[in-house]
Design a protein around this ligand. Structure first.
Ligand code: NAD
Length: 480
């Protein structure tokens, strides 16, 4: 595959003079392509171009409904190229083809959803006194920076970029050093269709071009998805420039299963919630809290199911793909290797060698039962196909444990009793709670974001446009 160039100020940047970073296929360990190792100078140039584009007549003259039409066209373009995009996403992340196809459709849905909203974001008129016309006017916030991780690149790029463009902003995307392919594909489309500098794509290491961008005084807003420590660093940079951030930082999300739950219905959903994308999902159902009286029965069913899951590359039509890179792979194996007598591995727990793919990074789907909820397996985000289990004895303990981590992104509550289900759902500190289900294939229309260290602000849904607007109050005193 040809090397990937950055899109800055309407030009493709990536000459032989640049430094380059290898991008590997995690399913095979083979080189896919190289990206430019972007630096501070690239960041400066991109922000300058973005500021110019923001003020340009060309971009300002796009009416809101025209931005909507463009976003609709983008959704159509994504669907027309769904097969190719799914292949790129699978190659970059190693995720099974069906999951990659789901990601592409979700990306199209984001563009479609915010297309519909583009001309429906408006202000108020506020009655104050006679002959004073007081109105609020909605303006774009300006230069928006989108820092994207490697686990769902096209979905995460789409959800914030679509909302930002719908509201008339300009956009800089810094894709993850591991997964630039689908953003590069979209960059070519934006390059062709949008005025120069409205959409720019930068690549490179987070600590280099990433931090040059987050600390840049020309950036007006930052949307970041990734780890808690990096999120904190991004927020500190933003604080220096008094710039708002939207942070989506992961979790240790529980499925809470009560004794009257329909286990036949719950089991496949719980399994999917942790093995999807090899557990490398911010909203993964990585914690299982189960009522003591049904714990053995549920765990037996889950272990059975885990044993049937096929681990391997997309080419083998596997259920569970590889871990994204060697660093994450080693990190997860080290965590699994540290199990002591406070926890027990019920299934999995080891590296998997896949014939013909010996350089890929495969780990078997794992269930660990811990005797104590304070155990690090239960508290820390592992970001692999590892389900941590703890038993509880009653409703109050279930709520206490569900809330006993530093995260609060998503939760599942499983019970046929509507009183129990609603009582628990309303007491869990979490941005989303699903009852008798978990996840919603992208959940484009549902507000998504974290309590506690899972983040700040909400993405997806109609609410996300709030991240990308300024409100100006104009008061007109009338006198004849
Ligand atoms: P990370 O947070 O370091 O990286 C995410 C993105 O931020 C990447 O594009 C990276 O280049 C950029 N970045 C890194 N340092 C930066 C900085 N100082 N300034 C600006 N941008 C910077 O995540 P990672 O190292 O790829 O993964 C580590 C852990 O993060 C995972 O184990 C997982 O726990 C968590 N994670 C969470 C999500 C999520 O969806 N919430 C996604 C990926 C990773």
């Amino acid at each position: 595959m040809e090397n990937i160039q950055m899109l800055i100020d309407g030009e493709w940047v990536g000459s032989e003079q640049e430094q380059w970073i290898d991008v590997l296929n995690p399913a095979t360990g083979e080189l896919i392509t190289q990206i430019v190792r972007g630096n501070e100078k690239h960041a400066d140039r991109a922000v300058e171009a973005a500021r110019k584009a923001l003020k340009s007549k060309e971009w300002k003259s796009y009416k809101p409904f025209q931005r909507g039409q463009f976003l609709q066209e983008t959704a159509r373009y994504i669907r027309e190229n769904a097969q190719r995009l799914a292949e790129l996403e699978s190659t970059d992340i190693g995720k099974p083809s069906a999951q990659a196809k789901g990601d592409i459709e979700a990306a199209a849905r984001y563009f479609e959803f915010y297309a519909g909203l583009a001309d429906k974001v408006f202000g108020d008129s506020i009655p104050i006194e006679e002959d004073l016309l007081n109105v609020t006017v909605i303006e774009p916030i300006g230069v928006t920076l989108h820092i994207v991780p490697w686990n769902y690149p096209i979905q995460i790029t789409a959800r914030s970029v679509a909302a930002a463009i719908a509201t008339g902003n300009v956009v800089i995307v810094k894709s993850s050093e591991d997964t630039p392919l689908t953003t590069n594909f979209l960059a070519k489309w934006f390059h062709e269709k949008l005025p120069q500098g409205v959409f720019q794509h930068l690549t490179g290491y987070g600590a280099e071009i990433g931090s040059a961008l987050t600390s840049h005084t020309g950036v007006n807003q930052i949307t970041f998805t990734g780890s808690v420590p990096t999120g904190i660093a991004v927020m500190k940079s933003a604080a220096n420039n008094v710039v708002p951030v939207t942070l989506e930082l992961g979790g240790k999300s529980p499925n809470v299963v009560f004794k009257d739950a329909d286990l036949e219905r719950a089991v496949p959903v719980i399994v999917n919630s942790i093995v999807q994308n090899a557990g490398q999902t911010c909203s993964a159902g990585s914690r299982l809290l189960v009522e003591e009286t049904i714990a053995d029965e549920l765990l037996e069913k889950l272990v059975e199911k885990f044993k049937t899951l096929k681990v391997g590359p997309p080419a083998n039509n596997a259920d569970v793909g590889p871990i994204i890179n060697e660093k994450q792979y080693k990190r997860i194996l080290e965590i699994l290797g540290s199990v002591d007598d406070q926890a027990k591995i019920l299934v999995g727990g080891e590296a998997v060698q896949v014939e013909g793919y010996e350089n890929g990074f495969y780990i078997s789907p794992t269930i660990i039962e811990a005797s104590d909820h304070d155990n690090s397996f239960v508290q820390e985000e592992i970001f692999g196909p590892v389900l941590s289990v703890v038993r509880f004895s009653d409703v109050e303990e279930a709520i206490e444990l569900a809330n006993a981590t530093e995260y609060g992104l998503v939760a599942g509550v499983w019970s046929k009793d509507i009183d129990v289900a609603h009582y628990v759902a309303s007491r869990i500190d979490s941005g989303q709670v699903f009852v008798n289900s978990y996840g919603a294939a992208g959940g484009v229309q549902m507000p998504f974001g974290g309590y506690k260290k899972s983040g700040i602000g909400r993405e997806k849904s109609h609410l996300a446009v709030q991240n990308y607007i300024q409100i100006k109050n104009i008061a007109i005193q009338v006198q004849l």
